[in-house]
Write a protein that binds this ligand. Sequence first.
Ligand code: DLL
Length: 436
Amino acid sequence: MQVNYWNKAVETIDREPLRELQLKQLRHMVDQAVKTHFYQRRLGKAGITGGNDIRLLDDLQKIPFTTKDDLRQNFPKGLLAVEPEQVVRMHSSSGTTGIPTVIYLTQEDLDQWTDLVARCIVATGCTKQDVFQNMMSYGLFTGGLGLHYGAERVGLMVIPIGGGNTQRQVQVMKDFRTTAVHITPSYLLHIHSRLEEFKTTPKDLFLRKAFLGAEPYSENTRCKLQDLYGIDVYNSYGLSEMNGPGVAFECVYKQDMHIWEDAYIVEIIDPATGTPLPDGEKGELVLTILRRQAMPIFRYRTRDLAFLHKDPCPCGRTHRRLSRILGRTDDMLIIGGVNVFPSQIEEVIMGVPDVGTNYMILLDKHNSLDRLTIQVEIYSKMFTGDMSEIDALKHRIKERLKASITINPHVEIHEPGSLPVFEGKAKRVIDKREKL
Ligand code: DLL
């Protein structure tokens, strides 16, 4: 197998010098972080006033975890560690709950991120000859611009098309002979289901590789997509709080994702106790970013469940491999790439007059795309048989949900007492999408 590197020295560095590099960067990050009120207080409580208080990598354990709530409570600039004029970009999570989590980057931070993404792209075997159609949405979401700059740095020809408009996507793929795409797994499946409509078969395309991420999918889905299109599919993992895509990516061996340990300290913990777990054991992924001036974050609880591989990868990279994301420790749903908590849906539904107390959230696939259906019971006084009133109510619920979670749901109105009643803990979410 042909193995290419973007930065061979760093990607194949021995573990000991890698740990030294991590320690040096961690100290630097602590010096940077104490410039923020938030970390000055939090690290101070742990007896850390600056980088010099970090003697060993294990001293990281003295630093408390950082959570999404910490970021929200310090919205918008509480964790900003540089002067505002040094910031050149902001991004925010695709999550839609109340206060967004915002990330800031300096020019140097962007440069570091771009470099990590460039590594990922080269690891999949892409070269300057590739034509890269980036079908992730551009904007606050990191999937668009993140991969864009990395691909340009490697020298691929980038088509910054963004998400949606399937017919145009297919036409552009044909016109420009696209060889690589960055896309969510559901959208790549959806495109396949519509090819016939555009009188196209996968053979009419020039596609060789797809980078798939932003939402969970199984090994079976990967295999299916590889067979349907006759391509190689590589898993791509990241989260806005850690810059976005480029945190972990598969190499040509496609045996799970190298996580760039010179840029992130990786821990897997028991989500209930917070205790670190050894390689090979499944737990919550916790990340510390080592290369971001504008916004250091220590021991971030990703809520994603995964494990680290014990054995090295045949590609020669020494950075450990992270498994697929095997689930979440919270109830966050990812619907068409958008992060949604059931509590947000509840808040909207319960805010609509005439809606009763019972509802259900159903998720399934329609033409390979995620479909969200909300079933709500209404009060009997609403059941007058006047369909126009019911339709108007449906419309109101739909509009409010769309405004809150940015997803267009199907809304079904049900008679009072017709939805399941829960005596114990309610189980209102039924997710019929493929399980891992
Ligand atoms: O989804 C960044 C990204 C963009 C990653 C493009 C890959 C490709 P957020 O919107 O902050 O950022 O959502 C992060 O998405 O904590 C995971 O739960 C989930 N996620 C991301 N990649 C994968 C993946 C981007 N490959 C959240 N497999 C994360 C499973 C993924 N889940």
